[in-house]
Design a protein around this ligand. Structure first.
Ligand SMILES: [Fe+2]
Ligand SMILES: [Fe+2]
Length: 265
């Protein structure tokens, strides 16, 4: 199921398939069926549509939120992030299927992938209501880098994707909500409120399974987190942090604060 989603290029098709597979998964879980996890080779990078054109971040137009065009550019960037997140959450399942994990691990990432699929659709709906669409603008080419860098490091993947990148989403989303509230864009506002409420869970899944693996191997979670983020995350962790939501997701300040300076070189 994961490989099928990863191999589907069109965004709306990918998210529809993702939601169908998630529904199948949870129907089987509710019915108490035994679900074999299986093995499959995920593609090196997920299939992507012909549009948007993927560019180096320096060549992606700036997003000035003071104009309708600037707000659409911001929504377009969010749609791109959400689509990438769908693939990231499905990818972790076959990528590390050789490591035996409790069934709840799969429940969490299937649920997260389902939610990302919903987020992509909500943001695309908001873009389309504003006369634009996903693919209308160029998008960031480097989105799969964190996945590629951690392709054979399970704990590195958990540290960098949910616990750094998605946690960053918790920091910046309130500011984006304010932009669309002020602009009176109800569709975008509703989409961002759903995203903000649900992303806490994804960060929490990352923290939960990171700590689980640390416990399994009897290693210190904080030190392991610092080592892995320094190895795989290119760039500083930027305050201000959303300490309240990070705490809700199981991310303690001594995990992220020490990485601000070391990574700022
Ligand atoms: Fe999302
Ligand atoms: Fe997420």
């Amino acid at each position: 199921m994961a490989v099928e989603v990863l191999s589907t290029a069109d965004g709306r098709e990918k998210t529809a398939l993702s939601r169908r597979h998630a529904a199948t998964w949870f129907a089987a879980r509710t019915a108490g069926e035994e679900i074999p996890i299986g093995r499959a080779d995920p593609p090196n990078a997920p299939a992507r549509p012909a549009k948007p054109e993927l560019r180096d971040p320096r060549d992606v137009p700036r997003r000035r939120p003071g104009s309708p065009e600037g707000r659409n550019a911001l929504l377009h960037a969010i749609a791109h992030i959400e689509l990438n997140a769908v693939d990231l959450h499905w990818d972790i399942i076959p990528r590390f299927a050789h490591v035996p994990m409790p069934i709840g691990f799969y429940d969490d990432w299937v649920k997260a992938a389902d939610e990302e699929s919903k987020h992509f659709n909500l943001v695309c709906d908001a873009l389309e209501a504003n006369g634009s669409h996903y693919g209308a603008l160029p998008a960031h080419a480097g989105m799969w880098r964190a996945a590629a860098d951690t392709v054979d490091d399970f704990m590195g993947r958990l540290a960098v994707v949910p616990m750094v990148l998605e946690a960053r989403g918790l920091d910046v989303t309130p500011g984006m909500i304010e932009i669309f509230r002020k602009a009176g864009d109800e569709g975008a506002l509703a989409a961002l409120e759903v995203i903000y409420a649900e992303e806490v869970g994804h960060v929490a899944y990352g923290s939960k399974w990171f700590h689980f693996l640390c416990g399994r191997h009897d290693i210190d979670p904080k030190e392991a987190f610092h080592d892995l983020v320094r190895r795989y995350f290119h760039g500083p962790l930027k305050p201000p942090f959303n300490e309240e939501k990070r705490a809700e997701a199981g991310l303690a300040p001594d995990f992220y604060w020490p990485l601000v300076e070391q990574n700022a070189r």
